[in-house]
Design a protein around this ligand. Sequence first.
Ligand code: AMP
Ligand code: GLY
Length: 436
Amino acid sequence: MSDRLNVLLIGSGGREHALAHALVKSPLLGDLYVAPGNAGLLELAKKADVAESDHDAVIAFCKDKAIGFVIVGPEAPLVDGLVDSLTAAGIEAFGPTAAAAQLEGSKGYTKDLCAEFDIPTAAYARFSNCEAALDYLAAHPAPIVIKADGLAAGKGVTVAMTNDEAKAAIVECFDGAFGDAGAEVVIEAFLEGEEASLFALCDGKTAMLLASAQDHKPVGEGDTGPNTGGMGAYTPAPVMTTTLTQQVMDRIVTPTIDGMASRGEPFVGVLFVGLMITRNGPELIEYNVRFGDPECQTLMMRLESDLLELLIAAARGELAGKEAKWSNDVVLNVVLASKGYPGSYEKGTVIEDLSAAQALDGVTIFHAGTEKKEGQLLATGGRVLNVCARGKTVTEAQALAYRAVDAIKWDNGFCRRDIGWRAVRREKQVFPTRSS
Ligand code: AMP
Ligand code: GLY
């Protein structure tokens, strides 16, 4: 691995900005390109003017620029088979094939895999017609969870506390609210507990533990209001003790990797394990087949190993015996979003004083929906900035992150003021005399 590799990174979010931030530290990196990128990414990488959905154009770009390795950030191009197309064209790429990406692309696929390999998850049933789903509901009353089978940008899940809500969610799915993604519905038992996520890097045969994190999906403080892509996150998740992490690796992650391999659909990529820590132990809520956003931003600030080397080892099936090194710091990420998000919002509003926030020791800001125009930084998306701060505790990292947030001037932006609240409350119980 002595030759430098030109790398193409696919994506435009805070996740990809954080990945780029880690990639540029690697002595293995040649030129870094990004498609389509954002204002922050384009300070670290050259723009690749290709649409990720146009596989032929991506392949032609890779050949033209002598790209040796492609890293696919988001789920849509993975489910769409971009890695398969690149591999067929002889270009090395990191991420699962379309077949393996079904772990995220079809909730029913994952539930069947869990049933086949005895992986702990909520009891479930799959439906392709409304009548049968409603009959099942009559026999399995609320609380119950209704899920569109396919990718629905995080909006296809209803945790129904009443039968009326559950019925409405079923009818909505079959009425086409989520298009093809809702043509099939999974109904599953309601799980109670604390949620956490675990990330593992997989090479088709071996799963290497990365780290744990917790995110905040609802838009409102106290975890209220509609779900978003994620309003903030922190790593590590205090609920994920060493024992619990080992249980998740042994009972959930390893059987999944072995099961996928035995089905002839080996999983290569980042396995993002969404968990509910219940009274009976950890249960799988869902899989994603890529880094989480905003979780990735926090992970990349703690990673001390060479990211590019690890991703190449995963793509080549050479992870056995490797491990990733992490700093002992806690990192917390507060997402700044455009007012109105996750509904409609104004585009093109001006953000100022980012450098003042960025100058604080222990703070790194990753861009999501941003663009630079005539020297000004403009907000162009729903989630716009990720303000990440280090600390020895979540309480410390949280205080620093909000100091940085308060140094940024952006009238049209908002954030949740309580990112990390569960962990902060836990730390107060453990260290009751600490005032901060
Ligand atoms: P998902 O898109 O599958 O991660 O679901 C979105 C959110 O719905 C999860 O983060 C959980 O908060 C909640 N959820 C999903 N499945 C269940 C379940 N079986 N029991 C309780 N909550 C769930
Ligand atoms: N933060 C959740 C996700 O990336 O899906």
